[in-house]
Each structure stands twice: as C-alpha cells, then as structure tokens.
Design a protein around this ligand. Structure first.
Ligand SMILES: [Zn+2]
Length: 122
C-alpha cells in the first residue's frame, strides 16, 4: 500500500513539461497511469508533428498549453487523491486491534466492536 505522499505541485509541473507525466507520478490507479502514458506518447507525437508540419508556433504553443493545463490540473487532483489514500491507510494502521472498551480482539477494518458495540473509528 502507498506510504510516501506525492507533491501536488510537482505532479502539476510534470504534466506541463511532459503531458501525462504528472498522472504517472501521482499513480492513483492503473487506469490513470495508463492514461498518463497515452498522453506521454501523444506529447511526443505532437512535438514531432509540429516540427514536421511546421505548424504556426503561436498555435502550437496555445494547443500545447491547453492540454498541459488540463493535465496539470488533473494530476494535481490525482496527487491529492493519492495523499488521501495514504492518510486513510495510516488511520487504518493506527486503529486498535483490541476494543478499548471491553478488551476483546477486533479486526482493524471494524468500525464498531462486535462484542460491545463500542465505536472504534472516530
Ligand atoms: Zn468492545
């Protein structure tokens, strides 16, 4: 399970430098990592075709910025989601393995003690 938190700003900057790199860095789900890789390939194809087709530099920058901006925003959110997942995992680890009320053994996933009904998760 995830341990180290991801920097949201680094994720955003990555996707500005290379489309989708921020999504790969944030790595929330395999689907988002896959999507990030697809955008990285598109980024490469786009840069090569801009050179080959000799696209208007202003237009090329505008298109680049729109895609980069959307992906930066998306990877920023992805990194935040990833960090929330880390926090949840940490909270789960901290959860007691014994009921503080009656002392009976409880699973970390339990929200209430099955023996006395004591609320285990705050
Ligand atoms: Zn109990």
């Amino acid at each position: 399970m995830p341990q180290v938190r991801k920097n949201r700003f680094i994720a955003a900057i990555y996707s500005i430098i290379v489309w989708g790199l921020g999504e790969v860095y944030a790595g929330v789900t395999n689907l988002k990592i896959g999507l990030g890789i697809v955008f990285m390939i598109l980024w490469f194809i786009y840069l090569v075709s801009c050179l080959i087709l000799n696209l208007n530099i202003f237009l090329a920058i505008v298109i680049y910025s729109i895609v980069a901006g959307l992906l930066a925003f998306d990877s920023f959110r992805d990194a935040r989601t990833f960090n929330m997942m880390v926090s949840l995992e940490e909270a789960r680890r901290r959860a007691p393995d014994r009921c503080p009320n009656c002392g009976s053994k409880v699973s970390k996933d339990f929200r209430f003690c099955p023996n006395c009904g004591y609320k285990l998760v705050t």
